[in-house]
Design a protein around this ligand. Structure first.
Ligand code: UFG
Length: 348
């Protein structure tokens, strides 16, 4: 069965491509390469995965692509996903994540595709009222990024009722780590996430900023729930199979739509300082830090309850913080080697 992966040239999408193929699916990547990288799919590990370059709002190209490959299900990762950028440029976020998303999902439904996995975010909850955060926690996003994702969740819920869409919305906490076999890893330009920045500081000898040391947490720094990207994409495969077999909705008449909603997190929280200390063990030396002011909009603590997907789909994360850091460090070292090789080529 062919699955279309939007944003498949990006960090999480490229890991999803690997997981889907391992699970026996054929995959076509659809990506406009505004944030992803074509060369993320250039290695032998991705041989035979077609890349179609286009916007998800391009109805004609989406329609042609799904017909050409006989696509039967979609994993939708393509999105703008930087909180600070969304505050500065909200229109782009709503246009990309919501308006183009509307065109996209309607085109899919018109083509008879009603199986859809959506990558959502913990940012839909806003400032948490309870920790850990369950799926039925009130949603009150504090930035346009979270608002655009939550708005699209409403679109999906409406289309389930109106058009029989069967979807899963997966709310990610802090995704980190890299493919344990080194086939894919995190790559953002610019990089804003804590773990890759800590590891870059470890290799460059420069300091990493700690954004805020006066939060109401035991060591004063923000606490987050880090989930390994391989565990995260494994949850997508489980959700896809659940939608395709109707396992969690066997009571519904055929053609009736419904939505699954799951948090994806490890249910454990680590502070920024704890991450740095754990990273020091992995890299084998100390890492310089610079205590900086708070980053606007950061909640003090975000930790998931992911009991629902554990109970309903039997999801169980396999990798803890040490593996997250070790795989991210292996990827960072590979990235450094490639960059060095490229600058030597240019220098010749
Ligand atoms: N941090 C630092 N220094 C850095 C980078 C980050 O101290 O150089 C801190 C942040 O302030 C935060 C923690 O490390 O407390 C994690 O920051 P990230 O930027 O890695 O991740 P966020 O928690 O900000 O972002 C994640 C997801 C977003 C999502 C958001 C919800 O990546 O997609 O959670 O709040 F929107």
């Amino acid at each position: 069965m062919w699955v279309m992966v939007t944003g498949g040239a990006g960090y999480i999408g490229s890991h999803a491509v690997l997981a889907l193929r391992e699970a026996g699916f054929d995959v076509v990547v659809y990506d406009n390469l505004s944030r992803g990288f074509a060369d993320a799919l250039a290695s032998e590990d991705f041989r035979g995965v077609p890349l179609v370059r286009g916007d998800v709002g391009d109805r004609q190209l989406v329609g042609e692509t799904v017909r050409r490959f006989g696509v039967q299900a979609v994993m939708h990762f393509a999105a703008l996903a930087q909180v600070a950028e969304s505050v500065a440029e909200p229109v782009g976020y709503f246009r990309n994540n919501l308006v183009q998303g509307l065109d996209f999902v309607e085109t899919l439904l018109d083509a008879g595709i009603n199986t859809f996995i959506f990558s959502s975010t913990a940012a839909v909850y806003g400032e948490p009222q309870t920790i850990p955060i369950p799926e039925d926690h009130p949603t009150c996003p504090t930035n346009p990024y979270g608002m655009s994702k939550l708005s699209f969740e409403y679109v999906l819920a409406s289309l389930a009722r109106a058009r029989g869409l069967r979807y899963a919305t997966l709310r990610y906490f802090n995704v980190a780590g890299a493919d344990p076999q080194g086939r894919a890893g995190e790559r953002h330009d610019p990089e804003t996430h804590l773990i890759p920045l800590v590891l870059r500081a470890a290799s460059s000898g420069k300091a990493v900023d700690i954004f805020g040391t006066d939060y109401p947490t035991p060591d004063g720094t923000c606490i987050r729930d880090y989930i390994h990207v391989t565990d995260l994409v494994a949850a997508h495969i489980l959700a896809l199979r659940a939608l395709l077999t109707g396992a969690v909705a066997s009571h519904l008449p055929s053609g009736a739509g419904y939505g699954l909603k799951y948090n994806l997190g490890s249910q454990k929280g680590y502070s920024v300082r704890e991450i740095i200390t754990a990273a020091e063990k992995v890299v084998g030396h100390s890492i310089k830090v610079r205590e900086a002011g708070r980053r606007p909009g950061d909640p003090a603590v975000l930790v998931a309850s992911s009991e629902r997907i554990r109970q309903e789909l039997g999801w169980q994360p396999r990798f803890g913080l040490d593996e997250i850091l070790a795989t991210a460090w292996a990827w960072e070292q590979k990235r450094q080697t490639v960059n060095k090789g490229q600058s030597e080529e240019h220098g010749r």
